[in-house]
Design a binder for this molecule. Structure first.
Ligand code: PLP
Length: 389
């Protein structure tokens, strides 16, 4: 098949999953826009979104915010500071605003190196803890759970260290069949454009601590709730009614989306694990590795480790030219600690430039073979010239 014929399959591929619920979103948005109540303190849609997210996670409550970055800053402002020089463990792979939130709260980020599943395990976190470490942030990345979450949760609970789950990329992701975001003291999700619940910008914090929930609401801009003592002022991190109205139908559709993505994700895993240059595939095929199992992922991505940055760069280049959505953390990528200004560097265990992942589109089953052919053609590494890592 020629390349033009191959790429035509992408005309039918839905990469922006939020469009799948456009009709339901528009119905809600019409009501919001016609009512004129575009934003309101504890407005109906925001409250409903908060309740739905708390229910989905099995949490006591949630506070919707203008972004996950704002959510993290708000959360760190509201967590009482025990020490003058508190340290917060931040994973080596997440997003540049995470260490920034730590710095802005007056604390110092300490970077925990990523392993080959992109997240640190307890073995990477434990040596970083000392009497000044009060918080550990753990991120569930690329639609997969951080595999060592349960152990990290238990070890930190024993030591009285607060765990925050960064679930910005974690909508629809499970661990032991439960949604991620139910274990730490608090969890933060994002509804930025590329997430599985996408509203352009937006975020939400979930927790079981009702005192913390009140503090988050008050400091985040709910002027009807009294500010806690020593709050240091009240800001505005609120989500708008428009944003919540757009998020709600997507949250309702999340499980169906996962089920729609899974069959093509499985086929892509099967294809990639047979490519000789591919060292390993994430998530693994069902039944191969409990916490890295495709069953626990949200279905949206398949990652590969390639032998060298040169290989990964060439595949990324080819995918880009074909129009296949993917992520390759090349030089300067803001997800990587090496590119965060003002943050101490860390000894990395993996070279992230050897990793890339491919997004799974929503695509009619009859077009799956054509999509897989397209990916196969992008992966003919030996046809792309000599290695130059
Ligand atoms: C792991 C992680 N944490 C936090 C964020 C920040 O989310 P937001 O863009 O909603 O501020 C992102 C954004 O992509 C992210 O990937």
């Amino acid at each position: 098949m020629d390349t033009a014929a191959q790429t035509r399959v992408l005309d039918e591929a839905v990469y922006q999953y939020s469009t799948l619920t456009a009709a339901d979103q528009l119905e809600r948005l019409t009501k919001v826009v016609s009512s004129g109540a575009l934003g309101a303190i504890a407005g109906d849609h925001v409250r409903e979104f908060e309740q739905q997210v708390a229910g989905y996670l099995g949490r006591q409550g949630a506070v919707a915010t203008s972004s996950a970055s704002a959510a993290l800053e708000l959360l760190l402002r509201c967590l009482s500071q025990r020490e003058a020089a508190e340290r917060v463990v931040v994973p080596e792979v997440c997003w540049i605003s995470v260490p920034t939130a730590v710095l802005r709260s007056g604390r110092t980020p300490v970077i925990a190196p990523a392993t080959s599943d992109l997240t640190p395990h307890w073995e990477q976190i434990e040596p970083l803890l000392d009497e000044r470490t009060t918080v550990v942030i753990l991120a569930h990345l690329r639609g997969r759970p951080a595999p060592d979450t349960q152990r990290i949760t238990d070890e930190l609970a024993q030591r009285g260290v607060t765990l925050i789950e960064d679930c910005a990329q974690g909508w629809g992701t499970t661990l032991d069949k439960q949604p991620v975001g139910g274990r730490g003291v608090a969890a933060v999700f994002s509804t930025e454009t590329h997430k599985l619940v996408a509203t352009g910008e937006g975020g939400i914090i979930a927790t079981d601590d009702s005192h913390l929930l009140d503090g988050l609401r008050a400091v985040g801009g709910n002027t009807r709730i009294a500010l806690p003592e020593n709050a240091g002022g009240r800001g505005n991190d609120r989500m708008s009614e428009i944003t919540a109205a757009s998020a709600l139908p997507q949250l309702t559709h999340l499980n169906a989306l996962r089920q729609t993505l899974r069959p093509l994700q499985d086929k892509l895993i099967g294809l990639l694990q047979d490519v000789p240059e591919v060292r390993s595939v994430l998530p693994t095929a069902i039944g191969k590795s409990p916490n890295l199992d495709a069953e626990e992922s949200n279905g949206s991505l398949v990652g590969v480790w390639l032998p060298t940055p040169g290989h990964a760069n060439r595949v990324a280049d080819h995918l880009f030219r074909l129009g296949v959505r993917h992520w390759w953390p090349g030089p300067g990528d803001p997800h990587l600690a090496m590119n965060w200004p003002g943050t101490p560097s860390t000894a990395s265990l993996v070279d992230m430039a050897c990793y890339l992942d491919i997004q799974v589109p929503v695509l009619d089953e009859s077009r799956h073979p054509a999509f897989l052919d397209l990916i196969r053609s992008a992966l003919r590494l030996d046809n792309h010239g000599s290695e130059s890592a």
